[in-house]
Design a protein around this ligand. Structure first.
Ligand code: GAR
Length: 191
């Protein structure tokens, strides 16, 4: 079987995308990143992808009259790469049904869903004073971080944590969980 085709979407610094670029370089990983896309022109994630030899594309909201048009354009760009799986690696915009219904989409979220959905999971966990948070890898549906959960890992919140220290601990647990989950999904595709 040919390797699974992944399109990775990211909006930020791309450390999660980098972990996927590194992991898929392994011949045993039954997947190839066929493209990385973003909604944020010039974001570091796309520079990382290009440095790893991955094609990139940008579909910025400001270039479209409304979200509907943006979602349609994004869906068409993704479809052009014929992905088996779309992977959200810190993609920070909500995807519309035009995208969500067209592809199988996986997301990683820095909290133990259903706790702390949305764009500020780490800040929300700190504000709530929980002693444990974590990471959730889940299928994307039309809600905000509501799709079926595939994998979770707990991460402690330590006294004196701020957002930066908690982010570092959460992301250290997130990368191996995300890579492992995608690796085993792609092995299933390859069977
Ligand atoms: C990751 O921790 C990911 O879980 C989070 O953004 C970070 C991206 O970091 N995603 C969300 O919060 C989605 N709601 P990176 O840019 O260094 O890869």
């Amino acid at each position: 079987m040919p390797p699974a085709r992944l399109v990775v979407l990211a909006s930020g610094s791309g450390s999660t995308l980098q972990a996927l670029v590194d992991a898929t370089a392994d011949d045993d990983f039954a997947a190839v990143i066929v493209a990385a896309g973003t909604d944020v022109p010039g974001c570091l994630a796309m520079s990382r992808a290009e440095a790893g030899g991955v094609k990139t594309f940008t579909v910025a909201l400001r270039d479209y009259p409304d979200r509907n048009a943006w979602n349609n354009a994004l869906a068409d760009r993704i479809a052009g790469y014929g992905p088996d799986l779309v992977v959200l690696a810190g993609f920070m915009r909500i995807l519309g049904p035009q995208v969500v219904r067209r592809f199988r989409i996986l997301n990683t979220h820095p909290a133990l869903l259903p706790a702390f959905p949305g764009a500020h999971a780490l800040r929300d966990a700190l504000a709530a004073g929980v002693r444990t948070t974590g990471v959730t890898v889940h299928w994307v549906d039309e809600g905000i971080d509501t799709g079926p959960v595939l994998a979770q890992v707990e991460v402690p919140v330590l006294p004196g944590d701020d957002e930066a220290s908690l982010r570092a601990r959460v992301q250290a647990a997130e990368k191996p969980l995300f890579v492992r989950t995608i690796r085993s999904l792609c092995q299933e595709y390859a069977r």
